[in-house]
Design a protein. Sequence first.
Length: 84
Amino acid sequence: ETIEIVIAVGEKELWGKGIGHNAVMEALKTAFFEMRTEKVVAKIKKDNKRSQNLVKGIGFREIKKLEKEVEYHITKEIFWKKAA
């Protein structure tokens, strides 16, 4: 089973303060350890480099470029290694 997450910190003055990172980490913990999924997907707009860098830093891997988005995946195994 795969779960998709969405990252949205709407207020620009809150960008760069770690809110998105913390939210993604909590979402991944919930997905992998409570919901018992094996993979999480994030589709990010091509021009949103900040979010792309965020998920890559956490351990997501770029899977494919779509028309307007880039698709990233992370598995429970990769997350576990990065979180340890």
